[in-house]
Design a binder for this molecule. Structure first.
Ligand code: ADP
Length: 205
């Protein structure tokens, strides 16, 4: 591929609010939200990859890197072909990927990361409460059990947090994850609005 997608990463522990914020951002012109959790959840549960996803996610584990990257590439491609994601004018807001160092390295060929929003909660127990609330509201089996939540948080610390070390620290912006969705969005937009303006000035529309 000749041109890399200009992207920003929504980063943070499970329950930090990446999905909520991603949906809000995706409603703003020029931002295209893409969640790998949503991508996996829309799979046919009878398909091979759908069953693989159920198997891993029900234990709070990550889908293997190779499958994840392959699916993500096909998913982005489909969105570009459908003209839902306009890669020449939209900033791609990635929510839930990359989640391992291997994914980060594999994606380097396809994305140009312009900024990373690191949603940070001062009180990690707040994340557990949010995940339990969401499990009930959205009928998410992965978060219904406290052991699965703990496993997800451990995997985040072990596999996902090291992703941050792969990037220049100047790209990483910490945003307070505690607050109303509007307050958190305010923190995110203060960072992203200038990044978006700069990205658009270097990309033909
Ligand atoms: P979260 O609540 O952490 O935001 P997601 O909805 O993003 O969870 O993801 C749900 C599940 O999908 C994960 O537990 C994992 O099994 C799988 N998944 C999502 N993104 C990835 C990824 N980048 N790599 C591997 N597995 C993933």
């Amino acid at each position: 591929m000749s041109e890399r997608y200009q992207a920003i990463l929504l980063f943070g522990a499970p329950g930090a609010g990446k999905g909520t914020q991603g949906l809000l951002l995706g409603n703003i012109p020029g931002f295209f939200h893409m969640s790998t959790g949503d991508m996996f959840r829309t799979l046919d549960h009878h398909s091979e990859v759908g069953q693989l996803f159920d198997q891993y996610s029900s234990r709070g584990e990550l889908v293997p890197d190779e499958v994840t990257i392959k699916m993500w590439r096909e998913y982005v491609h489909a969105q570009t072909v459908l003209s839902l994601y306009k890669s020449h004018s939209d900033l791609l807001c990635l929510d839930g990927i990359p989640r391992t160092v291997a994914q980060t390295q594999a994606m380097n060929e396809y994305i140009d990361v312009r900024g990373i929003i690191h949603l940070v909660a001062s009180n990690p127990e707040e994340m557990v409460t949010r995940l339990q609330k969401r499990a009930i509201e959205q009928k998410r089996v992965d978060d219904a059990k406290i052991e699965v939540i703990r496993n997800r948080l451990n995997i985040y610390e072990r596999e996902t947090r090291p992703v941050l070390d792969q990037f220049d620290p100047s790209l990483i912006h910490e945003v307070n994850a505690i607050g109303t969705p509007a307050e958190v969005l305010g923190g995110i937009l203060r960072v992203l609005a200038p990044i978006q303006a700069a990205a658009h000035s270097t990309v033909p529309n």
